[in-house]
Design a protein around this ligand. Structure first.
Ligand code: UD1
Length: 392
């Protein structure tokens, strides 16, 4: 199997080690985009601790230093066993190209089971390929639903869940959604949130970084903004409306804005970067995991359209305004620190006022967001091993 520029891990092991490894059960873990990496980190470790051999497959959906490599380094994720190096393209091209390359990988290195995480194009492509090759499939972060089928991630979630054998859920709404869709209860495993495993194990290091001070900001006295969702950033009207609110906030409190590459391109195209000289508004490069966690933890407020950040702010008990009309993570509103405010200037500013009138830390941790979710997943896969042992 090969394609131009393909990279695989050089084999530097001794023969004994190779033989020992070959006799272990192998599970392939597929990751491709930034929000996947913090989810696979604890899974790799938990599987290894149970004597399972994880084979790490990076699809290459996200590929540069800022969107990928820095996460592997900071989260001490082993170098991928193989990188499919798919890169950017349209959704259809990206998904089909990942499937094509992954089918070759799974044929040459057939795993006993495959684990996919989240809802990105790599998740869907890996789930379809796994299913077509008759390999048992586990989905981590199953059952989340925004009920908004214009979001590419919603389709990715629905299709992935419908063909998964193990559905590992992170909150109670996900379990309810899956039952409503007719998934047999024995396939649904409420394990908690693997992303919070990673957050809890890196929080002390992140706090010690005091990243806000490097940007000249004072803890508790600044806001963080992230935006990347196509519905917000590809529409001039929505992006302008959001940026008007952000500039309103920045007159009261500095706003720091780590900019996703898609967003940077649109800001440039719509001429919205001209305002970056304004006082209190600081666009910066996408940050690594620790710097971002440090920034969020010490902030007064986070404004975002990301799914993962709604959960991370809930775990940190930092007030969060979600610049969307819906969320697939309602627990972050029910018990956490999150409010849905959409994209209209006045609704965002009203939300900001509510945050300023409230406490600095708010909400509480949902059930099972205790740092042990990956351990539960590994144990469940170990216990049900009989189901997939003879499958290859
Ligand atoms: C993807 C996910 C989204 C996730 C987001 C987080 C899907 C459908 N969407 O969206 O769920 O929240 O990642 O980041 O899978 N680019 C770079 N460097 C990179 C990667 C991308 O510059 O390493 C640029 C490319 O120009 C690309 C654009 O970012 O066109 C968007 O990347 P893409 O993977 O298509 O989707 P995201 O918007 O990142």
């Amino acid at each position: 199997m090969s394609w131009p520029g393909m990279r695989t891990q050089p084999c530097a092991h001794g023969l004994d080690k190779i033989i020992a490894e070959r006799s272990q059960i192998m599970i392939s873990l597929v990751a491709g985009a930034r929000p996947n990496f913090m989810k696979i980190a604890p899974l790799v470790r938990a599987l290894q601790e149970l004597g399972v051999r994880p084979r790490l497959v990076h699809t290459g959906q996200h590929y540069d230093e800022r969107m990928s490599r820095t996460f592997f380094r900071e989260l001490q994720i082993p170098e991928p066993d193989v990188n499919l190096e798919v890169g950017s393209g349209t959704d259809v091209w990206q998904i089909s190209e990942i499937m094509r390359r992954l089918a070759l990988e799974f044929t040459e290195n057939r795993p006993r089971a495959v684990l996919v995480v989240g809802d990105v194009n790599s998740t869907l492509a890996a789930a379809l390929t796994t299913s077509k090759l008759g390999i048992p499939l586990g989905h981590v972060e199953a059952g989340l639903r925004s009920y908004d089928r214009t979001m590419p991630e919603e389709i990715n979630r629905i299709v992935t869940d419908s063909i998964s054998d193990w559905l590992f859920t992170s909150e109670a709404s996900a379990e309810r959604n899956l039952r409503r869709e007719g998934v047999p209860p024995e396939r649904i495993h409420p394990v908690g949130n693997v992303m919070i495993d990673t957050l809890l194990s890196h929080l002390d290091r992140a706090k010690a970084l005091r990243f806000c001070e490097k940007l000249g900001l004072t803890a508790g006295q600044y806001a963080v903004l992230t935006l990347h969702r196509p519905s917000n950033v590809d529409s001039r009207e929505q992006l302008e409306s959001i940026m008007r609110a952000v500039h309103g906030v920045s007159e009261q409190m500095p706003v720091v804005f780590p900019m996703h590459p898609r967003t940077a391109a649109r800001m440039q195209e719509f001429g919205l970067l001209r305002r970056d000289g304004l006082n209190g508004f600081t666009p910066i490069e996408p940050q690594g995991y620790l710097a971002m966690l440090s920034l969020m933890e010490a902030s007064r407020l986070v404004m975002t359209d990301s799914g993962g950040i709604q959960e991370e702010t809930t775990a940190l008990r930092v007030p969060c305004l979600t610049l969307r009309a819906n969320t697939e993570r309602p627990v972050t509103i029910d018990v956490g620190s999150n409010q849905l405010v959409g994209w209209r200037t006045e609704d965002i500013l009203a939300g900001v006022q509510r945050v300023f009138d409230g406490p600095r830390r708010i909400g509480q941790l949902p059930d099972n967001w205790d740092g042990r979710s990956a351990e539960r997943i590994a144990q469940i896969m170990q216990m049900t091993r009989a189901d997939y042992r003879g499958s290859s």
